[in-house]
Design a protein around this ligand. Structure first.
Ligand code: UP6
Length: 218
């Protein structure tokens, strides 16, 4: 993500969605993105309702939902509107442009998730090269959607680290300092399946991130 605030301060044009995100962060004084990795849509809506006011984004994994419906999506969109947060579906696209385009639109054999129609932001791996962004952009750009390109995953033994991952590490942002004063979200250093956690201090001050994603810790 680099630091959107730094880019904005340099008066460089940024994506309207990034601009909207910065506005939400400033208005709500929160750069917290909750990763609501639950399998039941009612539970996910309850999380969105109870945490909505305190977050800038809600990250979903609709591919693990056991009861995905279009009614659920409509309810989630209404909550995003009501509590002013962005929806961020964490479908990590990682294929050739033509395939990710179809996956993003919803045209796949096993799923009809229509992610582009409701998720403000999605993620993509940089591994396939520029085609993945071109494919997603063909669908998402006309809709004003955004894409977070993964520079480096945080899991143990990660095998791919792009040079851009290093380049993204910009200077610490004083504007965000008040948002983090301790690392009480971190109860463990990770999980038994290779997850590794980093402190808010490390993520914001040393790596220059604008947003912190927290899942099971919350
Ligand atoms: N996630 C990571 N690491 C990455 C990229 N994405 O953990 O490099 C996602 C996971 C999960 C969430 O897919 O949805 O962030 C982390 O959840 P947790 O805080 O409960 O471990």
């Amino acid at each position: 993500w680099g630091s959107l605030f730094a880019i904005q301060e340099q008066k460089i044009n940024i994506h309207p969605l990034a601009s909207k995100l910065l506005k939400i962060i400033e208005e709500k004084q929160s750069n917290l993105c909750v990763s609501a990795d639950v399998t039941n849509s009612e539970e996910l809506l309850q999380l969105a309702e109870s945490l909505g006011l305190k977050i800038c984004m809600l990250k979903t994994h609709v591919d693990i939902l056991e009861d995905y419906t279009s009614a659920f999506i409509q309810n989630m969109q209404a909550l995003a509107e009501k509590h002013n947060f962005l929806i961020f579906e964490d479908r990590k696209f990682a294929d050739i442009g033509n395939t990710v385009k179809r996956q993003y639109e919803g045209e796949t054999i096993s799923h009809f998730l229509f992610i582009s129609s409701w998720s403000h932001i999605v993620k993509a791996h940089a591994v396939p090269g520029p085609g993945v962004v071109k494919g997603l952009s063909a669908v998402g750009k006309p809709l004003g959607r955004g894409c977070l390109l993964i520079a480096q995953m945080n899991s143990q033994g990660v095998t791919v680290c792009t040079p851009e991952g290093e380049a993204c590490q910009t200077a610490p942002q004083t504007t965000l300092k008040s948002a983090f004063c301790h690392d009480s979200f971190l109860t463990h250093g990770g999980d038994l399946l290779g997850q590794q956690y980093t402190t808010p201090e490390e993520v914001v001050y040393n790596k220059g991130s604008d947003v912190i994603i927290v899942g099971r810790g919350i």
